[in-house]
Design a protein around this ligand. Structure first.
Ligand code: ZN
Length: 225
């Protein structure tokens, strides 16, 4: 009887392991067999990686922004799949790549945080993709993830707006949520895509105005449109 239970448990473990390993062996984008752990080399080669950082400067603040890649090809596919198709395997790949970017760039942070969505928008999608990415990065780098901002105003989708409309659209949209935690802290603010930088700037500014020591912005993609 004891042996029967052990055999039963072993079968379950084997089944779970086969699921885990079959997923690891298959590239989430092209489904090809891969030796690499997250994305096959061919799919990685189609990512237009960006080296270094750039600045988002306006009014009183200038923030450094680190973007993983240009918004094209496989990076765009993975963001769309995470954002609109609940493809969390793509989220895992993107989070892994973001973690590598943080290490390569030598950014230090007490906390990771993310660009918030309104309650209504979260209810519609079921999750906040930027929060999801922050949690994956937090898991890899062992940095705590905190909710530090809230968004109360339903803004228009930034897509389709010109630059000045984008800045006006998100002005005064973000409010501090966890003020005590951020005081004198270095924080990495995570978002999926940066275009004009209006959203990220306004979030980072709210954190600085409420006592944060340093904010670095980290996004998966940089888009020009
Ligand atoms: Zn592939």
């Amino acid at each position: 009887m004891g042996n029967g239970i052990i055999k039963y448990l072993k079968n379950i473990v084997d089944a779970v392991l086969s699921i885990i390993y079959s997923e690891r062996d298959e590239c989430p984008l092209c489904k090809a067999y891969m030796e690499e752990s997250f994305l096959c080399q061919r799919c990685l080669n189609k990512i237009n990686f960006i080296t270094g950082s750039f600045s988002i400067k306006r009014e009183d603040y200038s923030f450094k922004c680190y973007s993983l890649a240009n918004y094209s090809d496989n990076i765009a596919h993975m963001i769309i799949r995470l954002k609109y198709k609940k493809d969390f395997q793509c989220g895992e790949v993107l989070g892994h790549l973001l973690s590598k970017k943080i290490i390569e760039s030598g950014i230090h942070a007490h906390y990771l945080t993310f660009v918030p969505m309104t309650k209504k928008a979260i209810k519609k999608r079921g999750y906040n993709q930027s929060e999801y990415l922050a949690k994956v990065v937090g898991k890899y780098l062992d940095i705590p993830v905190i909710k530090s901002l809230s968004k109360t105003k339903d803004t228009l989708d930034q897509i389709g707006l010109n630059s000045s409309e984008r800045w006006n659209n998100v002005h005064d949209s973000f409010y501090i949520y966890n003020k005590n935690k951020i005081n004198n802290k270095k924080i990495i603010l995570i978002d999926d895509v940066i275009t004009t930088g209006a959203t990220a700037y306004n979030c980072a500014k709210e954190l600085m105005n409420n006592g944060a020591k340093e904010i670095n912005i980290l996004t998966v993609a940089k888009s020009n449109v």
